[in-house]
Design a protein around this ligand. Structure first.
Ligand code: 5AD
Ligand code: SF4
Length: 491
């Protein structure tokens, strides 16, 4: 067990010790899962005694931060039931792919890697392969796996990930492929174990699902309807994390700006942030993703006065053309977006803005594309994630006429990328010569004499330092800007 997860996982350990496996599994959660964790632990122990060594597990994450956080929960369960973490897939006894389906190429990567895993499994028949995440919520995908990837052991979706221990027991006791996919859920199960990747920072889910139905996007179909966690549960989780040494949290939701609308006692995202700000010992608060249509003046006001909210806002624009935005069902115009950016920059002048942009949405003309370029030039993003439109079966956009030819899209994509990169280098360099707070995250990959950390605005800085600084916030002078990162000196 990693040191930093001690508190929460230790509590669970104590409950597990009290659990009586001769009694049937409890009906209520999370107690039911604790029962299955204890049961799974016995089965894993049996197998590990047969092999004469501990069993190992590897989780591979595709896609967004939401998935990354889910993988930490999977790993939490795996470690509770006796698996040791293994980072090399081919050496693991249990491999789990936590999949993404937001664009077609994410799916292709999973199929490709599954083919490779099959070869490994042939040499190691006791190996287990599990698939979960967004891709599994698509019925055609599951059909394809059932037909052409018979060696997969366990398939589950986004809504029942909390049942992981129970599903493992079902698989180990049945020796056949176990498939459990739910269409939707209104359930949120608290108090499950997790193994965080970083000791000093953590993602925290504040809501699940999405109700926006942007016409290109598959997320509302695979992640289900929007539901918010209770503020008390969120605060309690963050307090626990801080007690474990976390100084920075990233609040996660598909659209954090609509947080709290579905709660029994509704509250706004800005109110939630105000409560989180009060947590002693917590130094930095980040959040993502913000939908421009729901970003309130109240939130801007809270950001303006906050000491802990980072000076960074990810504000996906998707397109600069009001016409295309309408077809995308984004529910704002180009002018409204630019006005929002103006208000934010006025309130928080040193804020760093980043965005997502889709190129080649059906019906996008050269004029529409130039509107997008215009927004990029006007906003001057610190960085932008640019995507080629990918047709997702079942979304309204997939059925739209005028899909843009590939060569046209490619040309626009290249022009956009060039513009984004040149602006981003200019924007990044404005901090040169200043001294700023840096949260040190790691020893530098290429040079062990350097450590790497992040500014409040999310820009990376490399500077001379030792690994003891990891997790600490230190003052660093930004000596030279190298495009999208800085080289600095500790002061
Ligand atoms: N094609 C291309 N990009 C997409 N995104 C979501 N759906 C699609 C799609 N069908 C992008 C959006 C979103 C980001 C997470 O992925 O820009 O903000
Ligand atoms: Fe997809 Fe739009 Fe929901 Fe984001 S807000 S997850 S782009 S539907």
């Amino acid at each position: 067990m990693r040191e930093q997860n001690r508190n929460k996982n230790q509590e669970i350990e104590e409950i597990l010790e009290q659990m009586d496996l001769s009694q049937p599994a409890p009906e209520t959660e999370p107690m039911r899962q604790y029962w299955f964790m204890k049961k799974a632990r016995e089965l894993v122990k049996e197998q590990s005694e047969k092999l004469g060594r501990p069993l190992t597990a590897c989780t591979t994450t595709f896609g967004c931060q939401m998935n990354a956080r889910d993988s930490e929960k999977l790993l939490g369960v795996l470690e509770q039931i006796g698996y040791q973490e293994e980072t090399n897939e081919e050496d693991a006894d249990f491999v789990i792919y936590n999949t993404c389906t937001v664009r077609e190429n994410a799916n292709m990567r999973v199929y490709g890697r599954l083919g490779q895993l099959n070869r490994v499994k042939k040499q190691k028949p006791h190996m287990l392969i599990g698939l979960c995440g967004c891709m599994m919520q698509e019925p055609e995908v599951v059909e394809k796996i059932k037909k052409s990837y018979r060696f997969v052991d366990l398939i589950f979706g986004t809504h029942n990930i909390y049942k992981f221990a129970e599903l493992i027991v079902t698989r180990l006791e049945s020796q056949r492929m176990v498939i459990d996919i739910w269409k939707d859920t209104d359930k949120i199960v608290e108090d499950l174990p997790s193994e965080r990747k970083f000791s000093f920072k953590s993602g925290v889910n504040i809501m699940f699902g999405c109700n926006n139905f942007c016409s290109y996007c598959i997320v509302p179909y695979v992640r289900g309807r929007e539901r918010s966690r209770n503020p008390e549960d969120i605060i309690r989780e963050i307090q626990g994390l801080v007690a474990d040494g976390v100084v920075e949290v990233m609040l996660l939701g598909q659209n954090v700006n609509s947080y709290g609308k579905t709660l029994e006692h509704p509250m706004t995202f800005a109110q939630l942030l105000t409560e989180i700000e009060k947590i002693e010992g917590l130094e930095r608060i980040r959040f993502m993703t913000s939908h421009p249509k729901d970003l309130s003046d109240e939130l801007i006001e809270v950001m303006k006065h906050s000491k802990k909210i980072c000076k960074h806002l990810h504000l996906p624009v998707q397109s600069g053309s009001t016409e295309i935005l309408k077809k995308m069902n984004r529910r704002y115009t180009k002018e409204q977006y630019l006005e929002l950016v103006r208000k934010i920059k006025e309130a928080v002048p040193d804020i760093s803005l980043t965005t997502d942009i889709i190129v080649g949405f059906p019906g996008e003309t050269e004029e529409d594309f130039l509107e997008t370029m215009d927004v990029v030039k006007k906003v001057r993003y610190d960085s932008a994630f640019t995507f080629i439109y990918s047709k997702r079966t079942g979304t309204p956009a997939a059925a739209m006429e005028n899909q843009v030819p590939e060569d046209v899209v490619k040309d626009r994509f290249d022009r956009l990328l060039k513009e984004v990169q040149s602006i981003s280098a200019e924007v990044c360099s404005v901090h040169e010569g200043t001294t700023q707070s840096v949260l040190v995250e790691a020893v530098n990959d290429h040079d062990p004499a350097l450590v790497t950390g992040r500014l409040s605005n999310n820009i990376l800085v490399h500077f001379p330092g030792e690994k003891e600084l990891i997790g600490k916030i230190v003052s660093v002078r930004l000596d030279a800007c190298k495009g999208f990162y800085y080289i600095g000196t500790r002061v």
